[in-house]
Design a protein around this ligand. Structure first.
Ligand code: G3P
Length: 225
């Protein structure tokens, strides 16, 4: 299962990338807008951090399929040809997906709120489909369950696709999908940090230090005794 960072703050991305076993970075137009920087500057810096093998997700804005295709070519030129193009799973988006597939461009179906959107994107050849877990929860439905349904539909149909589940607000939402074995999740830095933030663990590690220093002296480690 892949873990990606859903953010465009390059300081945060660098920190998380160095600290955790992360596979890539996903962005969308709103995330890029929050950075306040020129989009290709940010994306170039992200590509530098994650290298050519890191997964980078960049969304096209055009509402017509020809425009999406033209944007995709420019995005690949600017950020490398392994970048995945995010295409909203709307009627014209599906037409764009079929055109991207014909050109051999990697893409994902995004803005997925229902199982049928996810299924159709996978059937168009999307490498991933991105259900928005927390936004679905906020509509009064169960975002985790919708994601599981899409995962099941893709798997049982034998389609070569999987989830890049997105829009998480807490660790529990992520954990449910990790346990279910989805293909990938993309998570904002504050929620990634919360995966392992635990005062009891900090206390236990602190106690090891105190006990060892009691034995060998302040600041001592296994190098000093
Ligand atoms: O790209 C989709 C995902 O990032 C949406 O997340 O946090 O805006 O609901 P959020």
């Amino acid at each position: 299962m892949k873990l990606c960072i859903d953010h465009a703050d390059t300081q945060q991305i660098r920190r998380i990338w160095e600290q955790y076993p992360v596979d890539g970075v996903s962005t969308n137009p709103s995330i890029l807008a929050k950075s306040g920087r020129a989009p290709y500057d940010v994306l170039g810096e992200i590509r530098e951090i994650i290298g050519p093998q890191g997964e980078l997700f960049v969304q096209a804005l055009s509402r017509d399929a020809e425009g999406v295709l033209a944007e995709a070519r420019r995005i690949l030129k600017e950020t490398g040809d392994t970048t995945l193009i995010k295409v909203p799973a709307v009627p014209e988006g599906f037409r764009a997906m079929k055109m991207l597939r014909a050109e051999g461009i990697r893409f994902i179906g995004t803005a997925v709120y229902t199982p049928m959107q996810g299924f159709l994107a996978a059937k168009c050849g999307a490498e991933y489909v991105a259900p928005y877990v927390n936004r679905i929860d906020n509509l009064g439905y169960d975002g985790v369950q919708v994601s599981k349904d899409i995962h099941d539909a893709i798997t049982r149909s034998g389609l070569d696709s999987g989830l890049l589940a997105a829009s998480f607000r807490n660790t529990q939402q992520v954990l449910e999908l990790v346990k279910y074995g989805v293909k990938a999740v993309t998570v904002a830095p504050d929620v990634i940090d919360a995966f392992v933030r635990n005062a009891e663990v900090e206390r236990a590690v602190g106690q090891f230090t105190d006990d060892f220093e009691g034995l060998c002296g302040a600041g001592k480690t296994m190098l000093d005794c």
